[in-house]
Design a protein around this ligand. Structure first.
Ligand SMILES: Cc1ncc(COP(=O)(O)O)c(C=O)c1O
Length: 398
């Protein structure tokens, strides 16, 4: 069937964080919300049908993830990435963030350090801190609009701390974000291999958040970290979910792939009793999305590609003082607003009060985020156009 992504649907008063919290967050109802990562598009028909069918069976007891759900995950990973995942490697979680937290808890003691490549999705900081750990920043380098990992700095982190022979490094894991939110970068085989080798050398697992791995622009192909080698596979915790791809984040279902048995046991131990129960509708939607969602996804990606090109072109032609990092993946655009000469507070105020567009402030993503804004372009083009016109008008009046 043909989906109409141009159609504007009202999401107000539906319990939508993106729309209903606008006044609380941005100070006015008249702000176009382009912040939190969910899309203003209805879910694919087969998902809606599956949810309706499940709702018609009025027994909403505790859930058990049967083989059908696990098979939907393993089939998809094989089909999309050629990754052969054994069913017992798959652990379900209500979300990727709770899974990241469990992974950190499993691998650390309070006071240990976790490497984050900033600027990065800000809840990673809470995940580290709520486990009593500290962030070891390995800031990404920005060269001519292109982000790169800084391997030299990364290696230096281990040397500075003296390595294991001096009582042991306190670095216990890296949280990789691939594709990388907020910069829209898809890390390829070379970067992943280099990162993975460093981690193997220091015997440090890679927690790989790949939640955006199916939201790619034309010409890009995702490589799950664990598929690069057998050793990497055994040294990783890979987090995936249909929630970003199919716009289901309110249903809370994600799948965490942990090939190494010991690592998996540690993970399960760490999260025992910590709200890891699953939602019956989340699992129903996950299975339907993975099995029957591709027709919708193909059309969505085509629409997002056009939104992305439209936005980049608009900034280039009409708002040249803001330059956009060209994304390879995700519907989150990273806007470099540094040429406006505003400090973070002023930039934040300018966007919400003058432009009346509600984006995420760059500085919340950590080092290297100052002077940036993150814009969610997963909305009908008419809304996107209005937001761009508002920004253009406000900048012209600066
Ligand atoms: C990189 C990344 N990880 C995790 C999440 C959230 O995951 P969940 O809602 O499953 O906890 C997001 C949401 O935007 C994200 O961008």
């Amino acid at each position: 069937m043909k989906y109409d992504f141009d159609r504007v649907h009202s999401r107000k008063n539906t319990g939508s964080a993106k729309w209903d919290a606008v006044k609380a967050i941005f100070g006015s109802e008249d702000v176009i919300p382009m912040w939190v990562a969910d899309m203003d598009f209805p879910a694919a028909r087969p998902i809606v049908e599956a949810l309706k069918k499940r709702a018609e069976h009025p027994f909403y007891g505790y859930t058990h993830t049967g083989p059908g759900v696990t098979e939907a995950v393993t089939d998809r990973l094989r089909r999309k990435f050629g990754w052969k995942v054994e069913p017992e490697w798959v652990v379900f979680s209500p979300g990727v963030i709770p899974a990241l937290s469990a992974a950190v808890k499993a691998l650390t003691h309070p006071g240990d350090e976790i490497i984050l490549q900033e600027p990065v999705y800000f809840p990673f900081f809470s995940v580290v801190k709520e486990n009593g750990c500290q962030v070891a920043t390995n800031q990404l380098k920005l060269n001519n609009g292109n982000y790169e990992m800084d391997f030299e700095e990364l290696e230096g982190k281990f040397e500075k701390r003296g390595g294991m022979e001096f009582g042991g490094s306190r670095i216990k894991a890296v949280i990789l974000c691939n594709p990388h939110n907020p910069i829209g970068r898809l890390w390829g085989r070379e970067d992943l291999t280099q990162l993975g080798e460093i981690m193997l050398k220091h015997e440090i697992p890679v927690i790989s958040d790949e939640i955006h791995c199916e939201l790619l622009y034309k010409g890009y192909k995702h490589t799950p970290f664990a598929t690069l080698s057998r050793e990497f596979e055994q040294n990783s915790i890979v987090c995936m979910a249909p929630s970003k791809t199919f716009n289901l984040p309110g249903l809370h279902a994600s799948s965490i792939i942990i090939p190494d048995k010991k690592l998996r046991e540690k993970f399960n131990e760490a999260r025992a009793g910590a709200g890891s129960g699953l939602n019956i509708f989340g699992l129903t939607a996950l299975e339907a999305a993975y099995r029957y969602g591709d027709e919708w996804l193909e059309q969505l990606l085509d629409y997002l590609q056009k939104n992305m090109e439209f936005t980049l072109d608009y900034f280039k032609q009409k708002i040249p003082r803001i330059s956009v990092i060209k994304p390879q993946a995700t519907y989150l655009l990273w806007l470099d607003c540094r040429a406006l000469g505003l400090d973070d507070k002023a930039l934040s105020g300018f966007m919400k009060e003058k432009a009346k567009v509600g984006m995420n402030d760059g500085f919340i993503f950590g080092a290297g985020g100052s002077g940036f804004q993150r814009m969610n372009i997963a909305c009908p083009r008419s809304i996107l156009q209005e937001a761009l016109e508002r920004i253009e008008k406000a900048i012209n009046a600066l």
